[in-house]
Design a protein around this ligand. Structure first.
Ligand code: SF4
Length: 466
């Protein structure tokens, strides 16, 4: 899935609680840097110092937005950080996180990954009661609810609010000098915890914890609330609701998570490789080589090549120095398109029948450019293989998917798609095969492929957005 035609994840979070004072913002900087793939439009952090929560947020990638923390020293014992994509075209600084408020329950910082699917109805009620919202994120909603709760303590107010909100969420919070993590009962998004001497660490993905060489890594269970004071960890359940099954987002394994992470207790790389193997299993196309669209198709292409017996080639080189901020709809961008990011290796693909593997197909616009790139590079035939089923439906759980009308799989069958993008053939991984790639297929959400949602989304505003 290439830039300009990709699904957008909303966020990544990281948190550290330490017995001793350390330069915590610098550590958060590196943790967020490991999660950069989960959000590249703004970054922020908050830490507790001398009885107060101090925060800083800015637009841009971590290395730009938070670079001063690499050289400054801010001793602290607890802090949280956040990287973010904007939603629905908004990348305003007000929407950057963590959000920090001072209210009747004390000082609170909140970083959120996901989507509260009944947020519109809850927000309308609060506005009618006099609340004023500063951002357009549903993250702020939880803070308003906690602040207005009649419960006496922050903890009791949080537990009360978690009983009301619905959807996909991982919250990482700081209440004064305590760190709190919450994962929704369906377990849509990943959230993991680990330790290193004198410290407890929380992150969206294991790749961030491994950067810190953390030990005892475990998932925050769906529906679990974890409270960390120093290195003392207390855990409890969001009561009383427990859904009949989990709904882990299968797209975390297909595309969002980093391949070196373990997500939902599975190696992302190995699952993607298996997807490639199964994609090859029923494919009878005659070809000479297999190439990935780097980096999103790398693991699946390995699996496809291994299962098909075809050689894996490095047919496309990616320019890794192009961040999202560089991708602007300028005249140059329209002229050069995907060539600014990918370049064919002529010696590898010249005169060959090429199978090109990617993770998914959204609008098809970038795929058309890639096919043209490969033909211009000398490929004799180009066969596009996708390691996921056709995307046909909106996501109400934190992922921006274009409107159903924009999704190419809603307009055309695979042969029609091949004609439209100029490929010799196009094949998708069937949903039954996708289910074979995970140990407990009933515990995943496949709604953007199947249209079958884990629970009915009642909020009409959420439905209208898509
Ligand atoms: S609808 Fe698709 S993207 Fe959204 S949570 Fe389900 S599997 Fe993930």
């Amino acid at each position: 899935m290439e830039a300009g035609d990709s699904l957008r994840h909303h966020c990544g979070v990281v948190g550290i609680s330490s017995q001793e004072e350390i330069n915590l913002p610098e550590q958060l900087f590196y943790g967020l840097f490991s999660l950069q793939h989960r959000g590249q439009e703004s970054a922020g952090l908050a830490y507790h110092r001398q009885g107060k929560i101090i925060s800083y947020r800015d637009v841009g990638m971590v290395s730009r937005a938070l670079s001063h923390y690499q050289t400054e020293n801010h001793p602290s014992r607890v802090g949280i950080g956040h990287v973010r994509y904007s939603t629905h075209g908004t990348d305003k600084l007000e929407n950057a996180q963590p959000i920090v408020v001072s209210c009747s329950k004390g000082e609170i910082a909140l970083a959120h990954n996901g989507n509260i699917s009944n947020s519109d109805a809850l927000q309308k009620t609060l506005i009618a009661e006099g609340s004023i919202f500063q951002s357009t994120t549903d993250t702020e909603l939880l803070l308003h609810m906690i602040a207005r709760s009649p419960k006496a303590t922050f903890h009791d107010a949080l537990v009360e609010c978690l009983g009301v909100i619905e959807g996909a969420y991982c919250f990482l919070m700081m209440h004064e000098d305590t760190m709190i993590a919450v994962r929704d009962p369906w377990g849509f998004r990943p959230l993991v915890m680990g330790t290193r001497p004198g410290q407890v660490l929380l992150a969206s993905e294991t790749c961030a914890l491994e950067f810190f060489q953390a030990k005892d890594i475990r998932e925050i269970a769906p529906g679990e609330i974890v409270t960390v004071e120093g290195t003392r960890v207390r855990t409890e359940r969001i009561s009383p609701r427990d859904p009949p099954h989990r709904a882990h987002c299968i797209f975390e394994l297909i595309y969002f998570a980093r391949p070196d992470s373990e997500v939902f207790a599975r190696s992302v790389h190995m699952v993607r490789k298996r997807m490639g193997e199964l994609l090859a299993r029923d494919d009878d196309v005659k070809a000479d080589i297999v190439i990935p669209i780097p980096d999103s198709g790398n693991s699946a292409a390995l699996g496809y090549a291994a299962a098909s017996g075809l050689p894996l080639e490095h047919g496309l080189t990616r320019n890794h120095y192009m961040g999202r901020t560089f991708i602007q709809p300028t005249t140059a961008m329209r002229e050069f398109g995907v060539r600014m990011k990918l370049n064919p290796v002529r010696e590898a693909i010249g005169g060959k029948r090429v199978i090109v593997v990617d993770d998914s197909l959204v609008r098809g616009t970038t795929s058309r450019q890639i096919v043209r790139l490969l033909r211009d590079g000398g490929a004799r035939e180009v066969h596009l293989r996708l390691s996921s089923p056709p995307i046909r439906h909106p996501c109400f759980f934190g992922i921006d998917i274009p409107t159903p009308q924009e999704l190419i799989a809603n307009r055309l069958d695979p042969d029609g798609i091949a004609r439209e993008i100029g490929a010799d053939s196009v094949r998708f991984l069937p949903i039954e095969s996708l289910r074979e790639c995970v140990a407990a297929p009933g515990d995943f959400c496949y709604a953007c492929f199947s249209g079958s949602y884990p629970f009915p989304v009642r909020d009409p505003a959420i439905r209208r957005k898509h």
